[in-house]
Design a protein around this ligand. Structure first.
Ligand SMILES: NC(=O)c1ccc[n+]([C@@H]2O[C@H](COP(=O)([O-])OP(=O)(O)OC[C@H]3O[C@@H](n4cnc5c(N)ncnc54)[C@H](O)[C@@H]3O)[C@@H](O)[C@H]2O)c1
Ligand SMILES: [Zn+2]
Ligand SMILES: [Zn+2]
Length: 367
């Protein structure tokens, strides 16, 4: 079939929305009619050409949600009509990582996905004779996509897909950092550095977990206000003195949990140093620039602070995303507050402009 899709033709140039061919699902694959897709930094980062692993042409997009239209041979967990959230981080439930119970990093399709292919090493996207590669195994800046069954989370059909799509990346990354990596305890003190979608997700996750105090650190007053609306109790503007300010707020000890959601290595260091002596847990969610390193004075570790990183908030997509969608339906997770703009697919480049100017938290493309 022919679908409208936003194609990255050339790095550093606007995406080109056009008709491309999409073939039906093969064994283990599912055809999804995409209803909504958030626009994330990783899409813009790849389009810019800075990412050395990037390739073109490809259909970008990885924060998708849609409705199953057809299933390939052997697909048992999904059927036409099911509502799904796309997972750039799949969950096969069979590989040594999935069965370990220790990580959400599934090994099943990693290699081919990284190269832009579906698990069998081919693509379903094309333009006449020319094959077009998939992006992050998702390619959801498109009216439809074909994805492996193991990379789709089935979600309750009562929930709006243009809100649930945030669970495909940004929101789950932050919420999961609080719930699945830090496992924030009731009454604890939390500091979140950065109030973009990931940081706001961490605020929402910490609130859900019953944190007693949630400090948001962000130079943007608008963004701090968003965080206060989600349950943050204190705000700081950040900068060189922020660690001291956090120590002052915590009787000189530091915070039980700290979350970094800026991608800046200097802020990551602050997040480590602001964690509590004895048991403070620092979770790094931001993605640093290529080649950058994080400086940690070892004494901070000897005196009991721990540092962890997480991809996709440590979430096991097929298990956890449906649970988070249910929490949204139950009124416990206000995902709708993360969305500031809706735009049609044709205006995908305007969504990049909004992100570039830090206008709003998340733009969702609709189809
Ligand atoms: N680990 C993952 O799986 C994953 C998934 C998605 C995004 N990310 C990464 O998470 C990070 C955050 O993503 P986002 O979409 O929320 O980004 P964003 O750009 O919307 O938000 C970053 C925020 O950091 C704030 N900031 C800037 N300087 C600061 C400072 N000195 N102190 C405190 N805050 C400061 C900015 O004002 C902004 O509000 C990025 O690095 C992104 O690449 C990681
Ligand atoms: Zn993303
Ligand atoms: Zn696996």
């Amino acid at each position: 079939m022919q679908i409208r899709a936003a194609v990255l033709e050339e790095f550093g140039k606007p995406l080109v929305v056009q008709d491309v061919g999409l073939e039906g699902p093969k064994a283990g694959e599912v055809l999804v009619r995409v209803q909504a897709c958030g626009v994330c930094h990783t899409d813009m980062y790849t389009a810019s050409g800075v990412d050395p692993t990037g390739y073109a042409p490809t259909v970008l997009g990885h924060e998708g949600a849609g409705i199953v239209e057809a299933i390939g041979e052997g697909v048992t967990s999904l059927r036409p009509g099911d509502h799904v959230v796309t997972l750039f981080s799949p969950q096969c439930r069979e590989c040594i990582h999935c069965t370990s119970g220790k990580t959400n990093i599934c090994l099943a399709i990693r290699e081919q996905q990284g190269l832009g292919y579906l698990p069998d090493g081919t693509t379903r996207l094309h333009r006449g004779e020319e094959r077009i590669r998939h992006f992050m195994g998702t390619s959801t800046f498109a009216e439809a996509t074909v994805m492996p069954e193991i990379a789709l989370a089935k979600v309750p059909s009562e929930a709006e897909l243009d809100i649930l799509c945030t669970l495909a990346c940004g929101a789950t990354t932050g919420i999961g950092a609080a719930l699945y990596i830090a496992k924030v305890e009731p009454g604890s003190t939390v500091v979140v550095f950065g109030a973009g979608l990931v940081g706001l997700g961490a605020v929402a996750g910490a609130k859900l977990a019953g944190a007693g105090r949630i400090v948001i650190v962000d130079p943007s007053e608008d963004r701090r206000r968003e965080a206060l609306g989600l349950g943050a109790t204190d705000e700081l503007a950040g900068g060189d003195s922020v660690v001291e300010e956090i120590l002052e707020m915590t009787d000189g000890f530091g915070s039980d949990y700290t979350f970094e959601a800026t991608g800046l290595v200097a802020v990551m260091r602050q997040a480590v140093e602001a964690a509590r002596m004895g048991w403070g847990q620092c979770v790094i969610a931001g993605v640093a620039g290529r080649g950058e390193t994080l400086d940690i004075i070892p004494r901070y570790l000897i005196t009991g602070r721990r540092v962890a990183g997480a991809s996709f908030g440590g979430a096991r997509g097929r298990d956890n995303v449906p649970e988070l969608a249910q929490l949204y339906l139950d009124g416990k997770l206000p995902l709708e507050k993360f969305i500031s703009h809706h735009l049609p697919l044709e205006q995908v480049n305007d969504a990049f402009d909004l992100m570039h100017h830090q206008d709003g938290i998340r733009t969702v493309l609709t189809f």
